[in-house]
Design a protein around this ligand. Structure first.
Ligand code: SF4
Length: 222
């Protein structure tokens, strides 16, 4: 099977299995999504969603957040991982948007990564979700699942994974593909113990055919 054929199969499978894939973070506008994605680093979306309502109530926009006190923000997000760094990043991000970008969150990856707490992954999420730009955010799930299925080959970094995925996935599906892989990694292709018996990709998955299936045959003395 060629890599192109593997991508075709994966797209066909997810189109049927997950037609409505989208982010599990709750947000109502660009500001809220940016804050939620910054908070979600090494933290579950569920935890972020429990935290953001109170934060958005106190700081409903960038202007208000840019004038926030560190201790007040810390208090509202202390149940999230790395609350100290994230409090500084949120306030710093809001201040930079107000001072450098005239109060409007920029919509290019190059500009977004200048903001405190915003790396390439976050910038790709914002530009793809808000502006439908064909940018692929690679988190731990996307990195692992792509490699297991065989969508990426010898990709040693998130950037290498991003470049390989973007070169094969049709432009209009990049945004959705990102969510397919995240949700698949979160609920089925788990890091320690992938639920292969519940997965519809066993026929084409490199990891399954090389590791899981081979181990099963070995234990049966085949
Ligand atoms: S077959 Fe198993 S390893 Fe392959 S994608 Fe599915 S769950 Fe992951």
């Amino acid at each position: 099977m060629t890599r192109k054929e593997r991508y075709k199969e994966v797209i066909e499978y997810f189109t049927k299995a997950m037609p409505e894939a989208e982010t599990e973070l709750n947000f109502e506008n660009t500001y809220q999504l940016l804050v939620a994605v910054i908070l979600s680093a090494q933290c579950t979306d569920k935890r972020v969603n429990m935290t953001t309502p109170a934060l958005f109530q106190k700081y409903p926009n960038l202007d208000r957040l840019s004038k926030a006190e560190y201790d007040d923000v810390f208090d509202l997000i202390k149940s999230i991982s790395f609350p100290g760094n994230k409090s500084r990043h949120l306030i710093g991000m809001a201040q930079m948007v107000m001072e450098k970008f005239g109060g409007t969150i920029p919509m290019t990856v190059e500009e977004l990564v200048q903001l405190p707490g915003v790396g390439r992954k976050t910038a790709n999420v914002i530009t793809s979700v808000i502006d439908n730009q064909p940018n692929m955010a690679v988190d731990t799930h996307v990195f692992r699942v792509s490699a297991r299925i065989g969508l990426t080959v010898n990709a040693k970094t998130p950037l290498a994974t991003e470049q390989q995925l973007v070169s094969f996935v049709p432009t209009d599906l990049v945004y959705k593909f990102h969510h397919w892989l995240i949700l698949h990694g979160r609920y089925t292709c788990l890091a320690r113990k992938p639920k292969c018996t519940e997965c519809g990709l066993t026929q084409i998955c490199k990891y399954y055919n090389k590791t899981i299936k081979a181990e099963g045959m070995k234990s049966q003395g085949v």
